[in-house]
Write a protein that binds this ligand. Sequence first.
Ligand SMILES: *Cc1c(COP(=O)(O)O)cnc(C)c1O
Length: 404
Amino acid sequence: MQRTTQAERAALALDGGTPVRARLLPYARQSIGPTEVEAVVAALGSDWLTTGPRVGEFEQRFAEATGARHAVAVSSGTAALHVAMAALELREGDEVLVPALTFAASANAALYVGARPVFVDVDPGTLLVDPLDAARKLGPRTRALVAVDYAGQTCDYAVLQSFCAASGLELVSDACHALGALDELGRVGTLARLNTFSLHPAKHITSAEGGVVTTADGELASRLRTLRNHGIDTDLAQRERTGAHHYDVARLGWNYRLTDLQCALGSAQLAHLEEFVARRAHLATRYAQALERHELVRPLRRRPGAGHAWHLYVVQLELERLRADRDRIFRALRAEGIGVQVHYRPLPLHSLYRERLGTRAGDCPVAEAAYQRLLSLPLFPGMSDADQDDVLHALDKVLEAYRA
Ligand SMILES: *Cc1c(COP(=O)(O)O)cnc(C)c1O
């Protein structure tokens, strides 16, 4: 890293200087092309806006893309986690191990079924769930573990699978960051009993809102289909085909259906999945080349054998060498037109879990320490190399300004 003198340094946009970019570069953005537009328009003119043939088509394609036997489409990643918990028949009194560093939905799914999330700390290098801490948090009521492939890097499923098998736990993969990743054990979507995905626009492919659960277990798959449709044993299209009006509400379910419009969009997006992941990997490699030996930021450690779908490019600030905290650097980068983000404020610190579960600061010290340093840099397939050079330029400009 070249040292510049005070005089040579451009004034930070935060201090009234010229920003690196006039318009904010977002941290994530969907890529929608003409095939997506055509597919949605065709669905709009078809007989079925929801519960039609495009749902099954999308599920079939999603199963093929992930190598999973069954894929069940639902209305969001959150709904995917909820029906996964319900399909496993988790209930009040049960405990579910959830990493501290994830999106709230990973833990809320347990609360939706009356179970109690128990937060597990993460590894300081990868920020993936720490199996040793999971073992420490294991109790007589623990029924399941939610593994989160943080930033897109796969957890150590070999270790988690044997831990869960030895402890009688169900393993659920919250793979919302990792669609398209290939772990040494197999493709994401096949690594746990139930695997959940989000189709939010910030994720690898989108249906505007949407989610998917994959499983190799046919019985679980049909339970998931029932749960997403009010707990009804057949759907409208099936009844239309057989001419029967009779149906049975077999269990308590929800309306978590994904519409044909969304499935049309999802299928068109799936055709680009490999290309999108390859583009993300290309940008990640460029970030790594620029930042691997940087004195002021540290990219996440790569886990040997892990797959990576590069949902996020996360760095940790070397605060010991800086005169500013993360929030100041966050604001300075935003002022430069770089849409950095923070993934995530550890869940035990949020009011909901403090009030409901009695969590508090100090519960997951590694996640809390990492949180002080975290920054996610912009990363999405439609970002150009020149956009990325702006990010790196702004990062250097800001970090050098605050070098201790
Ligand atoms: C995005 C995300 C979810 C929730 O997905 P939605 O589709 O927004 O409901 C759950 N878990 C993780 C880790 C996510 O990143």
